[in-house]
Design a protein around this ligand. Structure first.
Ligand code: CTP
Ligand code: CA
Length: 234
């Protein structure tokens, strides 16, 4: 049987993808971080490059991952750095994908010297909110300050007794105002630090499709299949 040819539908397109988890410093040796490995974002970058795209990967902290061939990488640490890199790279791109796990909060102040312990109980950590980069991209486009036809978000949800993962996903899509939202079911060994992924792909126009359980590269292909027809005609 003939091997199926990879579509080359992203040729001449520029895409910007964020990946990994941000780290928010507390003092010179400590940070607030999360368990994102970056694998999903890197798979998105690899598949997009295979399909012909010019890819910029804005990479926060990840596991030890190889940079996919032909992909330009910009390394960032904090949510603020990720924000600057995304806002700069997104303008004029064909699509942006926020696959990074952005810390929602950061320590209110960066302590200049290593915090030392004493016999007393420690002070509680004071946290402050980080910017919501995805929401900012959507708002900048709405206000005409940013040109990018397709904005994609990710949502990792566990669900709870009152609300399903899918319902949380629908609510998040409406709140964020992006064009597509990938909803991943997490917890129970799903999604984080593993090779495979499953969930739903929700579109602002109401289209919903399940993403079959499979490799992160399969999710990547499913996402680019949905992005491709939403790009502006060339
Ligand atoms: N995101 C972002 N900036 C943040 C937080 C999240 O750009 N400060 C992006 C993520 O990259 C992802 C999407 O928003 O594409 C959803 O992230 P998520 O953490 O699921 O949503 P939150 O709005 O932070 O809601 P919560 O964590 O309370 O579920
Ligand atoms: Ca969050």
């Amino acid at each position: 049987t003939e091997p199926k040819a990879l579509p080359f539908d992203l040729a001449g397109r520029r895409v910007v993808i964020s990946a990994g988890g941000t780290r928010e410093p507390l003092d010179p040796v400590r940070y607030l971080g999360n368990r994102s490995s970056g694998r999903q974002g890197y798979a998105l970058a690899r598949v997009a490059a295979h399909r012909g795209a010019d890819v910029t990967l804005v990479s926060a902290h990840t596991a030890d991952l190889a940079v996919p061939a032909g992909v330009r990488v910009e390394r960032v640490g904090t949510a603020e750095e990720l924000r600057s890199a995304m806002l700069a790279a997104a303008d004029g791109a064909d699509a942006v994908v926020m696959a990074a796990a952005v810390a929602d909060f950061r320590p209110e102040s960066l302590v200049q010297h290593k915090i030392k312990k004493s016999d007393r109980d420690p002070e509680p950590l004071k946290l402050t909110r980080n910017p919501d980069i995805l929401a900012e991209l959507v708002e900048a486009r709405r206000a005409g300050r940013l040109r990018v036809p397709v904005i994609v978000g990710f949502a990792a949800e566990t669900g709870d007794p009152d609300t399903t993962v899918l319902d949380y996903g629908r609510a998040k899509l409406a709140r964020k105002g992006c064009d597509l939202l990938v909803v991943n079911a997490v917890g129970d060994g799903q999604a984080f630090e593993v090779e495979d992924n499953a969930g739903w792909l929700l579109a602002a126009d109401g289209a919903e499709r399940p993403i079959p359980h499979g490799a992160k590269s399969l999710l990547a292909s499913t996402l680019w299949d949905a992005v491709s027809p939403r790009l502006e005609p060339k």
